[in-house]
Design a binder for this molecule. Structure first.
Ligand code: 5GP
Ligand code: ZN
Length: 143
């Protein structure tokens, strides 16, 4: 199991620090972004530590992609947004701020004019928990 002791997402995976989870399977965890750029903004991470796409084995990219699809479908079903964006940053120039591979699932609204380098602003935890419960209820179970 690859892990890095000073990595915030490794700590979330290990339950050493709290998160608001939506879904997990053997290889991935989906949890709410604490600075949501939209209602329902979710992150998918591999449970093991890889910094970025360049380092990730294809197999684990596959696991993350499958979970990302699962969450995107749950977002569509539960929140019915105008669209859903999957965003994944690699390196400083791409504004990657947490150096553990992650995929953003961002519900979109017509005309939101979302900039790819958005400002991080803490969300209301009660609201985030509420939407997390909606998403968790809409996630297709793993068969
Ligand atoms: P990046 O900028 O690297 O693509 O995205 C990192 C994301 O992680 C940001 O959207 C940020 O809000 C989120 N984030 C950073 N620290 C934490 C944390 O401790 N918990 C959660 N749930 N999200 C975090
Ligand atoms: Zn990590």
């Amino acid at each position: 199991m690859r892990t890095q002791s000073d990595c915030i997402f490794c700590k979330i995976v290990a339950d050493e620090i709290g998160s608001i989870p939506v879904f997990e399977d053997d290889h991935t965890l989906a949890f709410m972004d604490i600075n949501p750029v939209a209602r329902g903004h979710t992150l998918i991470v591999p449970k093991q530590h890889w910094q970025n796409l360049y380092e990730m084995p294809d197999e684990h990219l596959g696991y993350v992609s499958a979970s990302a699809k699962r969450i995107a479908v749950a977002v569509k079903f539960a929140l019915n947004p105008d669209g859903v964006s999957l965003i994944q940053a690699n390196g400083q120039g791409a504004s990657q701020s947490v150096l553990h591979f992650h995929m953003h699932i961002v519900p979109r609204t017509m005309g939101d004019e979302l900039k790819i380098n958005w400002q991080l602003r803490p969300g209301d935890l009660d609201e985030i928990r509420e939407v997390a419960a909606q998403l968790a209820a809409a996630v297709e179970p793993v068969l």
